[in-house]
Design a protein around this ligand. Sequence first.
Ligand code: ZN
Length: 428
Amino acid sequence: MSKVFVIDTEKRPLNPIHPAQARQLLRNKKAGVFRNFPFTIILKESLSDSSVSPLKLKLDPGAKTTGIALVNDITGEVVFAAELKHRGFVIRDALTSRRQLRRSRRNRKTRYRKPRFLNRTRPEGWLAPSLQSRIDNIKTWVKKLCRFAPIEAISQELVRFDMQLMRHPNIEGKEYQQGTLAGYETREFLLEKWNRQCAYCGAKDVPLQIEHIHPRARGGSNSITNLTLSCSKCNTKKGTKDIKDFLKKDPSRLEKILKQAKRPLADTAAVNTTRFALLDVLKATGLPVETGSGGLTKFNRSQQNLAKSHWIDAACVGKLTASLNIKGIKPLLITASGHGSRQSCRTDKYGFPSRYVPRFKFVNGFQTGDIVKAVVTNGKKIGEYVGRIAVRTTGSFNISTKNGLVQGISHKYCKGIHRKDGYSYGAN
Ligand SMILES: [Zn+2]
C-alpha cells in the first residue's frame, strides 16, 4: 500500500503511515493536510519519541519517464512510488519554433546592424535544454521527497552494463545461460552487441546460446571479446572447430564477426551524459549515492518475478538486501508541464496581437494553474467543482473540471487544494 507522508510540528519528516491511520488522525483533528501531491499530513501536536526508520530513494532515469521508488532497505517494503514524465520534446519544439521566427525576422529588410555571430559561449557541463530539464525535474522531486520522508540514501541506475564485472567474468558454461549476476549481465550485453541474432546464420527469434569464437578446447579465453551468440544448430555444427575453418566458405561473414568481436566495450556501453550529470546533482544533496547498472536492475527484477514498469525498475535499482514488497502500490503519475511562457501578448493565427496578458499573475490570492475546490451555494451554478483554474482580473474564474469547463465562478467560493508547481498529477 502506498503510504502517506507525515511531518511533525517542526516540519521534520516522520515515518510514512498507512492511509487508514492518516484518515483517523485527520478525522480526530490531530493532523491537517499539508500537501495533496504527494499526499502529506502535518501533526498538530509534537511527539515525545520520534525515532524514524531510514528510507532509500531509488531512481531509474529514462528519456521520457523516470521511475521513482522509496524503499525500506531492511524490510524490503516499497513505501511510495511515482512515475515522472518529462517534457523533452515540448522544449525542443518550442526552441525550434523560436529559432524559425528569429531567422525569418532577420531575413526581412529590417537590418539596422551587422548580424552577430560566434558570440555565444557555453559554460562547462552545458546540456541541451531538453536534457537539462530532465535533470531539473528529478532534482525538484528528490528535494521534495527529502522534505516529506526520512530519506537517508539514494540509488541511481547509472550505466546499462557493468563493464567492470564483465571484463573478468570468472564464470563457466552453464552460468552464462542464467544464474549469477555476471552471467546475466554478460548475456544481456552480448544480445545487445550481436543484435539479438545468431552470428553464424543470422537467425532471429530463436533461443541463442553463448559461443566461444575461439573454442575453449583450443585455448580460447572466457573474455567478453571472445564471446558471441549462436543458435543451437550452428553451435552444434561448429563444435570445437576453429572459426576460420568453420566459416571457410563465407569469408565476408568471418571478417564481420572478427571485427565486431574486437569492438571496444565502451563503444557499446552507451555512456549517457545526462545520467552522469544527474549523479553530480544527487551527490550535491550530501546523501550517500549508490549506483547500479541496467543489467543489475533487470537481474533483480527477474529474480523477484516482477512485471516491467518504470517505478518497479526504480525499486530494483542497486543491490537488494531484502525481497521487495510492492503489494497494493499505485504510483503517483506526475507530468512535467512547465511554468508557461513569458509572452506578454498573445497573437492570432496571422501573427497580430490578439490579447494582452495581465501584468499581475495573482488575482485574489489565486493564479492560473492552481487546483481549487469551489462550493457554489448561490445562483445558477450551485454545486461542487474541483479542477484547475484560469484567473480573470474580475475575480470570476474558470475551472476546468473532469466534466468540462465551468465559467464564471467567483473567487469567494474557491478554496485552494494545490498550488501551481509546474506539474500535473493523475492519469497522464
Ligand atoms: Zn545459426
